[in-house]
Structure formats: C-alpha cells, structure tokens
Design a protein around this ligand. Structure first.
Ligand SMILES: Cc1cc2nc3c(=O)[nH]c(=O)nc-3n(C[C@H](O)[C@H](O)[C@H](O)COP(=O)(O)O)c2cc1C
Length: 524
C-alpha cells in the first residue's frame, strides 16, 4: 500500500489500527505523511521517503499502567464500578472478568444475607478460573457494625479486592481488611492478600488512603487480636490503598468536579505522599466519572490514569441488575438529562446524588422534600394544601400510613432512629421523607411501571455521551449491549484515538475522522 501525505489517505491508513505506522517525509513537498507497509532501506533514492519515526502496533491491552495488569491479573486496565443493590450484579462482574477486566460487585443497600449468597456465587464461578473480582464497602455513617460485618464476610469468602467509598476518614474495618494477610516475600518485598481501591473525589479524603494507617489504629487492631504483630509492622510501611480511583462528575454520589481538574490534583498529592513515605512501589491513580465513550477513555489515559472505571453506562448492559424498563429510559438519555437530587443516606446533611431526569419527576420531587425539610419543623407544620399534594403525588397514601410503614422498617433495622424520632418531630419528618427516597431507588430495579415517574436511577452525563456515540450502530439496541461488547469497543476505540493523537503530535496531518471510532462487534 503506498504511503499517504494527504489527510484523507492518512485517515485510511490509520484505520488499520493493528499496523506499525511509519512517519515519513515527502522529499519534494517537505510534508509529513504515513506508511504502513514497505521496507526500511539505507539508500537515498528519490523513490524512497526519509523515515522520521516508527510506531509499533497499538493494542488496547497496552493502555494504562502495566503494574495494574500485573497486580490484578487483568488483560485490560478497565474496571466496572460497583453499583448499589446488585445493579453491578454477579452476572456483570463475571462477564467483566471473562473479558479480561475487573468488576466490583454492588454490595451497598443489600442485606448481609443477600450479600453472602452473591459472594458465594462469585467465588464459586470465578476463583476456580483464577479470574479477578471485587466487592464494595460503603462507609455507613452511624452503623460501624455493618461495616465490620461486611468485612467479616469479605475475609470469610476470600474477597481479594475491595472498593472503599464514601469514607471521610479511615474506619477500623477498612484498615483490618487492608492489613490482614500482609507478608514479606523471600525477596524482601511486602505482599498483600487484600487490595483496597479507594474511591475519592477530594484530596483530604485521598490523603487518608495514601498514608500508612495511624499507629494507634494498628495497635488497637493488634490488641483486639484482629491483626498480627507482623501485619501491624508491615502495614506501617505501606499506604492503605495502592489503587486510588479519582471520581469526577459521575452517577450517584458526586462532587461534580471535571476529571481534567481533579485528576492532576490527586496525582500531585500522590507524588508528594510517595516521596514523603519513600514507599517501595508506586501508587496507581485511576479515573472515573464521565467515561462513556472511546474519546473519554483515551483522554483519561492521556491524563495519566493507571486504569479507567466505568459506572453509569454499564447500568444499561444486558447483565446489569436494573429492570428492562429502567434500561429503556437510560437508552433515551441525552447529555443534559441528569440532575442532582436529595440522597436517602445523609439526607438531613443535604447530600445529593446525580440521577436520570428524563422521563421521571423524581429529581424534582426529591429536591422538594429536602426544601420542605429545611422549611418546616415537623410533618404537622406542613400547610394542608402542600401536605395533600405530597400525599397525592409522591406518597400515594396519607402521611400517617407512611409513618406506620417507616416505623415498622426502622424498628427492625435501626430502632435507635425511632427513639430519636419520638423526641424530635423534625427527625420523624426526615424518616418519612427517606421512605420515598429509599423506595424510589427500588422501583426501577423491580421495573414497577406504576411508579415510573418516581424512578430514582443514578446516572451521570456519561450515559448521554454513550447514547450519542452508539446511535445507529449495533450497540444502539439494548439487547446488544453486553458488557463484553461495551468494554471491548470502548477500549478498541480508545486505542485507535490514542494512535491518531500520537501521530498528530508528531506533525502528521491527521484528519478529524481519525478521532472517531464507530462501534463494531468485536471478539477477543
Ligand atoms: C446506579 C449506580 C449505582 C452506584 N452505586 C455505587 C455504590 O454503591 N458505591 C460506590 O462507591 N459507587 C457507586 N456508584 C458509582 C460507580 O461505581 C462509579 O464510580 C461511577 O458511576 C463512575 O462514574 P460514571 O457514572 O460517570 O461512569 C454507582 C453508580 C451508579 C450509576
């Protein structure tokens, strides 16, 4: 195939993503061009082109930090983020493992009994094949026992990777998990049995995970027989987490920061902490939030991400635990069809989550509940007309009935909340409002179409970007959105775009079309 010096021809040659690309100079026109075949010769013949550079084939396997592949036994530096209540299901995590990536099971919001059943399935399916997987530990304010018992299960079922999220500071449970199984290998290196992935969106939180655990905490764990003296000694030489996931504007809990601002900030902090503690090996920083297209994957790797983590768009994968009804709503989303609304957890503190806005009124209704909570001191203080509207539109029952249901729930799960509600009518109001915020995230899981207008589907702008990318392609129908095809296409596209960028940076006139990758059915 002849070399090309015009943008169109260069675009054609670039579509051969697995080729070695030769950067050439045209003798007569002093232009830069591209060749894919041919021989490298030593003569200075006018029929030859001076060779300026040679790029070996670009594979998606090479994207990201090599040590990530080695530490976690994956083919691709690609992670499926945990999605609560088993939306990141056993099927999703298994499919991700089989394609050579790493998935985290969405443990938050599940009872310990349900979590245990899922851990057994994951272990029995993936461990015999030595495929990697992980599960999530979400910080539960005011319920440290739940964290402890979740970690007990993770240790019992040999969960080797745990994504820790929503932490503001370290808890004994997360430190215990990180420390158990630390050992010194015969070559002197410290080896881990358990890997913590810290999901963070603020430097002050990242700092906790980038440091060795506080000595007092290690001593307490040692004194309580939770870790050995050797584990405590080794733990003092390592950070809690060697994989830090920087989460930018994402579905669910988010600070809405752009990745391009947040990532370098955390990477700089990582560098400072590695220098301060002279760690024996590097700490990897991965990127999450807003990643739903090959361009976004390539951009994250260009920022220096060791790995990418995808959430929202996996929610519409065939294997996700969301109902078909919920997935069909996600498939309609555009880039601006998301909004922040009140979160069920930490509702009183004004914490928000990012949700799908299109086709549901939940975002507006959740915000209204939070406004009422701020404005009124009790359910009784809500004016009659407002109360009637809430009962008709949101609760579909008198608030007295909802309170009875709320009471029944909390007396089983967190009776101390009821004690407080008896003393504090504002707290009672918060618990009733949390009835709606809690159930509205269950309705889309069950596919309860009578509650479609109240579906709370966590979703970030990545979903709209993904929908635009796959429009009129084989990935447009939901039935084709296997996580296998989604992940491979995102990665293959990122590799192609990375190559286009490399050549453009070397002075080759690369056409804009080389930065577009259309979804194609791919096989491993
Ligand atoms: C439906 C849904 C549920 C999620 N649940 C959790 C969770 O329980 N714990 C957590 O740490 N992150 C959770 N996340 C965040 C994802 O793991 C991931 O970090 C995030 O979605 C990445 O950003 P993106 O949505 O822009 O892809 C959830 C995200 C979604 C969309």
């Amino acid at each position: 195939m002849p070399p090309a010096f015009d943008t169109q021809g260069i675009g054609r040659l670039l579509s051969q993503t697995r080729a070695s690309h030769h950067v050439l100079r045209h003798r007569a026109h002093a232009a830069y061009g591209l060749g894919v075949d041919g021989n490298i010769v030593a003569d200075n013949d006018t029929n030859t082109f001076p060779l300026l550079g040679l790029l070996p084939p670009q594979y998606p396997e090479w994207l990201g930090d090599r040590s990530f592949h080695e530490s976690h036994g994956v083919r691709f530096a690609y992670v499926g983020g945990e999605m609560a209540r088993g939306i990141a299901s056993v099927e999703l995590v298994c499919a991700l493992a089989h394609v050579g990536t790493l998935g985290f099971f969405g443990a938050a919001g599940l009872s310990l009994a349900v979590l245990e059943k899922n851990l057994v399935r994951l272990r029995d399916t993936l461990d015999p094949k030595e495929l990697p997987w992980g599960a999530n530990l979400i910080h539960t304010v005011g319920a440290p026992d739940l964290e402890e018992r979740t970690v007990d299960l993770y240790l019992q079922y040999g969960v080797r990777r745990m994504s820790a999220s929503a932490f503001m500071a370290l808890s004994p449970a997360v430190v215990r998990y990180a420390c158990q199984g630390l050992r010194r290998a015969s070559d002197g290196r410290i080896e881990r049995t358990h890997h913590v992935f810290a999901k963070i969106s603020r430097p002050e939180v990242a700092r906790h995970f980038l440091q060795p655990p506080p000595i007092a905490l290690l001593e307490a764990l040692k004194a309580g027989g939770k870790i050995t003296a050797d584990e405590a000694t080794l733990a003092a030489q390592l950070p809690i987490a060697e994989d830090i996931t920087v989460e930018a504007d994402s579905g669910g809990h988010t600070d809405n920061r752009p990745l391009s601002a947040l990532f370098p900030t955390i990477a700089a902090l990582r560098d400072a902490m590695v220098a301060k503690y002279s760690y024996p090996r590097p700490i990897r920083v991965g990127a999450a939030g807003g990643i739903g297209t090959p361009e976004a994957v390539a951009a994250a790797f260009a920022l220096g991400a060791a790995y990418v983590l995808v959430g929202s768009v996996h929610q519409c994968a065939v294997e996700s635990g969301l109902s078909a009804d919920g997935k069909s709503m996600l498939a309609e989303a555009g880039i601006a069809d998301v909004a922040m609304t009140a979160a069920a957890d930490m509702f009183e503190a004004g914490v928000k989550v990012q949700v799908l806005k299109r086709g549901t009124l939940m975002a507006a209704r959740g915000n209204k509940l939070y406004q009422f909570y701020r404005r009124y001191e009790s359910l009784e203080a809500i004016p009659d007309n407002e109360r009637a509207q809430l009962e008709r539109d949101l609760f579909r029952a008198p608030l007295t009935d909802i309170w009875r249901q709320t009471e029944a729930f909390f007396s089983e799960h967190e009776p101390e909340q009821l004690v407080r509600a008896t003393r504090d009518p504002k707290h009672r109001m918060a618990l009733v409002f949390r009835w709606y915020l809690g159930l509205s995230s269950r309705w889309p899981l069950q596919g309860d179409a009578t509650r479609r207008t109240d579906y709370q589907i966590w979703c970030g702008p990545a979903m709209g970007a993904f929908n635009t990318w796959v429009r009129e392609s084989f990935l447009a129908p939901l039935s084709n959105r296997s996580v296998h095809q989604m992940a491979l296409n995102l990665l293959e596209g990122a590799a192609a775009i990375t190559r286009a960028h490399q050549l453009r940076s070397l002075g080759v006139p690369v056409p804009a079309s080389a930065f577009v990758y259309r979804p194609t059915p791919l096989a491993l």
